[in-house]
Design a protein around this ligand. Structure first.
Ligand SMILES: [Zn+2]
Length: 410
């Protein structure tokens, strides 16, 4: 469902029209509240097989979504939809393919000016729809609705959302409920204010961020799929090749996961170093994980955080090379910035105050005097396609270096 403000939507839609549309489309009991722009998931209750993120049969096989385009779509709409597809094609292994004769399960993409956006959650079998309408016929709404089609729920309805959002002062009926079903809490990743599946903040349905460093959510914060949206889809659909890396909760690493963490030979006095990341002050901060100490060290605004919980560690199932896809470190000066930006493993995100740019994993050996050297892991951000200096936390300080390695996959 779209993420435009409630008030706008309510002005647009009469209750009678809303109920008529709802009855016609979904044929479920009339809820006591509801809005077309931000349809509560109650609308989907009663539809079989649509609840679980990853229930058998609810995912699209091999991540291939068959679609048809309704004849009512304008050329401009078609370009918008194509741009949304491109986001998925570039950042995940999801593929949108035109329905061929005999494809039983498919989604029809269409406009409907009675809604901002609307789609069933997951593959429901046979015909389903993905729609966007008046005032919302844009790339972000289409990405959001296609996210539902692919089995993503609203980020602000996660079980742990109350740790991240406040709904103080909101009438109960305006607060979207936590999704009780279909959420495997153990696989929830870092909370993502910037997800396209998050409503805009500053309204009762999107909530108010508890982190003072965050004021924007959803398409206010991000164009396209967010980093964590892409990670989420790549995990749910078990994407392979250069999409096979997985970020695992530090405290839940299994022995198999530990085999899949990779040091790339980086070692300091505490042992080998592995990349980790955590949500700190609105930043998805990348840093180093010490296996021996079981601590993720990240820096944010010049301050060092040593985390024992809530951080994620990078694992690369299948090893560094699998079926021609190889993860490796590339020296910053040895290739063009464009090459690095195109092939670097996306890992983190700067906070709003720093522009919200994506960050990659940077490795460096920092030297102090002749004898002392320290291997570190930090972050490097991209600004308008160029890479800046990489930043590393060392002790209580943050150091910048133009000589570093970037973790890439080709
Ligand atoms: Zn939605």
């Amino acid at each position: 469902m779209g993420k435009i403000s409630l008030r706008f939507c309510r002005l647009q839609i009469s209750l009678a029209k809303l109920l008529a549309a709802q009855f016609f489309v979904l044929m479920v009991p009339v809820p006591t509240y509801g809005y077309v722009c931000n349809v509560p998931n109650e609308w989907f209750r009663g539809l079989n097989n649509t609840r679980a993120h990853t229930a058998n049969g609810a995912l699209w096989p091999n991540g291939v979504v068959k679609y048809t385009l309704h004849s009512s779509l304008s050329n401009r709409d078609r370009v918008t939809i194509w741009k949304a597809f491109t986001e998925f094609h570039e950042k995940t292994c999801i593929r949108f393919q035109p329905r061929q004769n005999g494809d039983p399960d498919f989604t029809e993409i269409l406009t409907d000016d009675d809604v901002c956006g609307l789609a069933e959650v997951c593959k429901i079998g046979g015909y389903q729809f993905t729609k966007f309408g008046q005032g919302c016929r844009n790339v972000e709404t289409m990405i959001h609705e296609l996210g539902h089609t692919l089995c993503l729920y609203h980020e602000q309805q996660r079980k742990d959302r109350d740790e991240y959002l406040s709904f103080q002062g909101c009438p109960q009926q305006e607060i979207l409920p936590i999704e009780e079903d279909g959420q495997d809490t153990s696989t929830l990743g870092l909370y993502d204010y910037a997800s396209q599946m998050h409503y805009q903040c500053g309204f009762c349905d999107g909530g108010w961020p508890r982190s003072p460093s965050v004021t924007k959510c959803g398409d206010d914060a991000t164009t396209g799929l967010s980093l964590l949206d892409a990670d989420n889809l790549n995990r749910i659909y078990n994407c392979q090749g250069c999409f096979r890396h997985r970020w695992k909760k530090m405290e839940q690493l299994t022995s198999q996961d530990r085999k899949n963490v990779h040091s790339f030979g980086y070692k300091n006095s505490f042992g080998y170093l592995y990349p980790c990341r955590a949500l700190v002050n609105g930043e998805i901060a990348v840093g180093k994980y010490s296996r021996s100490r079981r601590v993720c060290s990240v820096s944010n605004q010049g301050k060092l955080y040593e985390l024992k919980h809530g951080a994620e560690v990078l694992t690369i199932p299948g090893g560094r090379t699998q079926r021609g896809a190889t993860y490796k470190l590339v020296r910053s000066g040895s290739v063009s910035p464009n090459y690095l930006v195109a092939n670097a493993v996306n890992a983190g995100r700067l906070n709003e105050a720093e522009g919200g740019a994506q960050t990659f994993i940077a490795y460096a050996t920092l030297r102090k005097g002749f004898w002392h050297k320290e291997d570190v892991i930090g972050k490097v951000a991209t600004f308008e396609g160029e890479l800046g200096n990489a930043k590393f936390s060392v002790g209580e300080r943050e150091l910048a270096s133009e000589n570093y390695f970037v973790l890439t996959c080709t």
